[in-house]
Design a protein around this ligand. Sequence first.
Ligand code: WTA
Length: 677
Amino acid sequence: MLRRYSDRGLTMTSDNSIESTMHESRTFDPPESDGNEPWHCSSLEQYRALYRRSIDDPAGFWAEAAGELHWFKPWDKVLSYSPPDARWFAGGTTNLCYNCVDRHVEQGFGDQIGIIWEGEPIGSDGPEVRTLSYAELQQHTARFANVLRKHGVKKGDVVTLYMGMVPELAIAVLACARIGAVHSVIFGGFSSRAIADRVHDASSRIIVTCDGAWRRGKVVPLKDNVDEAIKMLDEVRVDSVIVCKRCENTVQWDATRDHWWNEQMESVDTDCPCEPIEAEDMSFLLYTSGSTGKPKGIIHTTGGYMVYTATTAKYVFNLIPDQNQVFWCTADIGWITGHSYILYGIMPNRVPTLMYEGAPNHPGPDRFWDIVERHKVTQFYTAPTAIRAFMKWGDEHPKKHDLSSLRVLGTVGEPINPEAWMWYHTNIGKEQCPIVDTYWQTETGGHMITPLPGATPTKPGSCTLPFFGIDAAIVDINGIEAGPNEGGLLVIRKPWPGMLRGIFGDRERFIETYWSTVKVDGEPVYTAGDGARRDEDGYFWIMGRIDDVINVSGHRLGTMEVESALVSHSAVVEAAVVGMPHEIKGTGIAAFCTLASGVGADNALRSQLCEHVASEIGAIAKPDVIRFTDALPKTRSGKIMRRLLRSIAAGETEVKQDTSTLEDFSVVAKLQGADES
Ligand code: WTA
């Protein structure tokens, strides 16, 4: 477990410098195209030429990419940039839903399948499968857009979506896009407190939810969570809750506010043309964790985001219409991966996108491979944490299924350890499928550093080379570029179309978080918050977050959020949370707590605290280990020594770091001896 962690080269030598230790010499050449399905980019030379052009002439490059999509009115100017503010395709109007759905109908492809959906429960005649053609999607999204309008939603209003992975979620997202409403999707695993915070921050007056969601054979009571959240809100009034029936789960009903999805859909007509939306109008908010405070609402706009996600999806997954491709991304639409690569990036490419409702191991550990086989999935996109779980469950499960339809495999969300990469390559790709390890973030909208499947030789554990238009570099705190294999901060020096445009309601935090860490040639540059190095071939190796954000099973959490949740429990006086190596999750959560006097430090309290964190944030934030201690190690200025806690959490028996600034040396000894769950 530990070894794997250090395999990543995740060694922090001081707060600002990062030592890299990982070396990987295996290289895998991209497979040649089989003729029927050419690679959009089929050699490293071609990639380099296109990349060069995208950097030398971004306006020309992106105008061409944008020209593949539909615009109601062409833009006046491709890019204007005054850091940190970029405007892409300003003056142009377009519509995300039109490009995902209506355009295909207009072009005569209305009967083709846009979305394939599979439910989690398996009945006597197999799982429930629904397919939605573009024509059907056009009708459903138009109807739901009319429902939203009926409830007073106008362009620019924020609609909160807290739903399971059902087709209605995709319909609701696209319906918002149809009329220029801003969606804020909240992952169904978050708690009522998390819903209340997000609804409040966005002043959202309408919530779309489900009676419940299926997860591992159990029902998650989504509507109950929404009811609870509404009770917690005092300033924002939620006028309407629209409830989609999925689980026949009994729900409380407030007739003045609650409405059934089906009844609403029947009460409106199907005529609702897509509104022309300004390229720089907000398309959605998506809340994500940062190092301080509450989750922040990342703002994405319309034109640039659309062009960027559609272009990355096309090249990185080699999407080609009319080739019997079926694209499957296993993420939840509640995360950016689902926004960009279940819906917005995939659908304009006219390749069916598969949505699966449930867990990877329900009813058995081969569920994913069963889905790949039955739907003949051609591109499969998942997270390293899932791959590590598959490894643990055993090779026999993928072996039971015919996976020969697969062409491209992808990963996202956290660094992939070479062992998991090799397992994926061998057991799923049968050594035939290129692996695209895609590095990106909620803020970046789409892939930033990634192989192109027909062009880039891959090395297990490296996300390889930047996508077109991405001027990525590794620099030190003074903005000086690092030499080969020297660790540093990952920055992006030029704007790109999919970049975030701000944090909702917090301009200062936007500038502070992303644009204040380093300057290059006197200009602020986008700082991603990750440590990385480039090897002698220019390949990028992401070493992990350098702030207080942790990637738990590929899900992003702020250590501060978990700390606030812990101290909101009456037994806890002070808490410090750090990441620790975890075999499946990649990073687990270790919490060090000091307790109120008279409180018993026992396992009963540990479980209580875990439940408390789950109810404050969601089950994904439950600590893996809680350690009780008399005091936390602090510097003379009172800062918690997180590095030290990290190494203690990682199970190091002796403290190797310089502890000379420790206020109370005995704290270290006590912590190391502290009993652990
Ligand atoms: C991490 C997910 C290494 C990284 C799309 C980043 C990765 C954070 C990779 C963003 C990868 C994502 N290799 N690390 N291929 N992909 N990350 O916003 O730390 O949920 O900053 O976006 O995940 O997480 P987010």
